[in-house]
Write a protein that binds this ligand. Structure first.
Ligand code: VGL
Ligand code: ZN
Length: 234
C-alpha cells in the first residue's frame, strides 16, 4: 500500500455529514455558458443569472473536480438564431429552421466581444477544455455535446463525450446558463450518451422560469439527479 494513501475511514467514528455528498472520483464539473451576455446587463440577460456565480466558484475551487470543462456560446455576427438576421424577425419569436422550431434571439455571444467571454470573475485557470459552440452561421447549438439539427437533419457531435470518456469521466455535475436551453440540452444529451448526471439546480437560471416545474420533473424522469449546491459537500 502506498504511504500517501488516504487513511481508511474509522467505522467507530460518526460519519462526517459534510462528506455525505462528495462527488464520485470519476466526476467532471461542466460549466455551461457562464458569459456576460447571459447575466443581468447582457444582451440575452437571464434573470438572476448572476446569483449562480458564488456557488459556481465554490465548486470550481472545491478540489473535488480534477476535470472541469466549460462551454462557450460563440456565434458569428450573421448567425441564423439572431432575430436581427431575419426580415421582420422579433427577438423571442419563433421560426422553423431545418424542420425544427427555432427561437429567434437577440444578438448575443458574438465572437470576440466582451459579452461572449467566459465570465471574468471566475477562476477559469482550473478549466482544461472549452467547448465553443454555435460557430456555424446556419445552425444553433444549445448542447455542449451536439449542435441542434443542421440542414441534413443530423446533430453533429462536438467531441465532448469522447473527451470526457478519454479522461475516465462517468459522472457529470452540471451548472450554468440558461437552465431551460443550454443546460437542459446538455443534460439530456449527457444522459443519452450514458453519463450519470447531477444537475445543481440553484446554480442555474431560466430564460423563462414559468417552465421550471415541468423542466425539473422532465429531467428527473430521464434520470438526472437534481439537487442544490448546499446538498453537495462544502
Ligand atoms: C443559450 C439561447 C441562445 C443558452 C444560448 O446558453 O442557454 N440560450 N444561445
Ligand atoms: Zn446562442
Amino acid at each position: 500500500m502506498s504511504t500517501n494513501a488516504e487513511p481508511s475511514p474509522d467505522p467507530t467514528r460518526p460519519r462526517d455529514e459534510s462528506q455525505a455528498d462528495a462527488p464520485p472520483a470519476d466526476s467532471a464539473l461542466i460549466l455551461v455558458d457562464i458569459q456576460p451576455d447571459f447575466l443581468p446587463g447582457g444582451s440575452l440577460a437571464v434573470d438572476e443569472g448572476d446569483r449562480i456565480l458564488g456557488g459556481v466558484r465554490s465548486l470550481m475551487v472545491s478540489g473535488d473536480f480534477p476535470v472541469q470543462v466549460a462551454t462557450q456560446d460563440w456565434h458569428p455576427p450573421n448567425h441564423r438564431s439572431f432575430a436581427s438576421n431575419h426580415d421582420g424577425g422579433e427577438p423571442f419569436g419563433e421560426i422553423t429552421l431545418h424542420g425544427h422550431p427555432q427561437v429567434l434571439w437577440p444578438d448575443h455571444c458574438v465572437q470576440d466581444t466582451p459579452g461572449a467571454e467566459l465570465h471574468p470573475e471566475l477562476p477559469w485557470q482550473r478549466v482544461s477544455a472549452i467547448i465553443r459552440k454555435g460557430l456555424d452561421p446556419e445552425v444553433d447549438s444549445y448542447s455542449g455535446f451536439r449542435n441542434n439539427w443542421g440542414p441534413d437533419g443530423s446533430r453533429p457531435a462536438t467531441g465532448l463525450a469522447g473527451l470526457l470518456r478519454e479522461r475516465g469521466v462517468g459522472h457529470l455535475v452540471v451548472c450554468g446558463l440558461a437552465r431551460d436551453y443550454c443546460v437542459r440540452w446538455t443534460v439530456e444529451d449527457a444522459l443519452d450518451e450514458g453519463f450519470a448526471v447531477t444537475l445543481v439546480w440553484d446554480l442555474t437560471r431560466s430564460v423563462d422560469p414559468s417552465g421550471d416545474e415541468e423542466l425539473h420533473a422532465g429531467l428527473a424522469d430521464r434520470g438526472a439527479r437534481i439537487l442544490n449546491r448546499a446538498d453537495l459537500k462544502p
